[in-house]
Design a protein around this ligand. Sequence first.
Ligand SMILES: *[C@@H]1O[C@H](CO)[C@@H](O)[C@H](O)[C@H]1NC(C)=O
Ligand SMILES: *[C@@H]1O[C@H](CO)[C@@H](O)[C@H](O)[C@H]1NC(C)=O
Length: 307
Amino acid sequence: MKTFTVISFFAVLTWGVNPSVLRQFETVTPALAINEYDFRPVDVCWESLNCSIDQIEAMSITDRLEFMKYMGTRRLGPLKCNEQFGALEGVLTFFIRKDLATRGTWLSIVNAAAVEAVQRGAAISLGLSKETGDNPGTMKWVDYFTQRKAGRLTSRAGHDLAWAAAEQAAIDHGIRRADTAPGIPKPSGRILRWQQFTRIYRTTMQYRRTILWLIRTAFSFSTPSIAVTAEAFMDWVTDVTDATSSGFLADIAWNLSIIGLSSGEDPAADSEAIMKIATEFWEAFQQKDQPWADANECRATARHDVE
Ligand SMILES: *[C@@H]1O[C@H](CO)[C@@H](O)[C@H](O)[C@H]1NC(C)=O
Ligand SMILES: *[C@@H]1O[C@H](CO)[C@@H](O)[C@H](O)[C@H]1NC(C)=O
């Protein structure tokens, strides 16, 4: 039923997406001159890459975002992974916008586990430590980093599968910790549903090949363009190097997490909810400001000049 949910979601979602809209999104350049940026670690554990989950949980979300950027630009280069955590940065930016995951909350612990796993995985891969923090995500990231360093995981299907599996393992660990942490208030239904929505995202990444194949098969006779669009759309939303797409998705998921899915027991109700989600998503997608559309035009013009 999970696969059904994901496939219907993407089928409906891509129904009306116009490829030219997607091309505009592709030109978003988050090219910050961050290499020269002067990072101010809030804790010495940043540099030794040995922050515990509690130390990370004690950091504000702004500091965690800074920590992720620090790791990306200063530490993950040798592992060929400096751009691999845009999706996490996008989610952290979303938390800042919505003032979510503040210290001592359920969501903050879940997020801290995700950051911890990346950091500990990096430390082990760089030969700085052997500490996993008992976080099952850590060794999955180690495997991921090892493969990336060896020049593997270059196809989207293999890459997305490994990335999403590592991230999901860390998140699941975070959820177990948050559920059992003493004195932490239970999350609201809306937060739980938002978290569930992000799982759909990672499931989509893991079943990428199957989903694309099913969509292609389903639409190849009636409307082949939908299959092409589906792939372009999936490429964009699940691009882990792009903080804009994950931040945008997180926002929409937040708006939509008012609606619940039945977690599989009621496909008819789920289809209805998915349809509503897709319709709203599409409307939000179209209404979104597209300041880069102008930049895109400039570039097209410049190219003409050269020719
Ligand atoms: C983290 O590493 C630093 C520097 O190597 C060390 O001083 C510190 O004790 C370590 N912290 C933990 C919790 O292992
Ligand atoms: C989410 O809802 C708010 C309030 O209704 C709205 O202003 C905002 O544009 C919505 N965001 C997205 C991404 O749809």
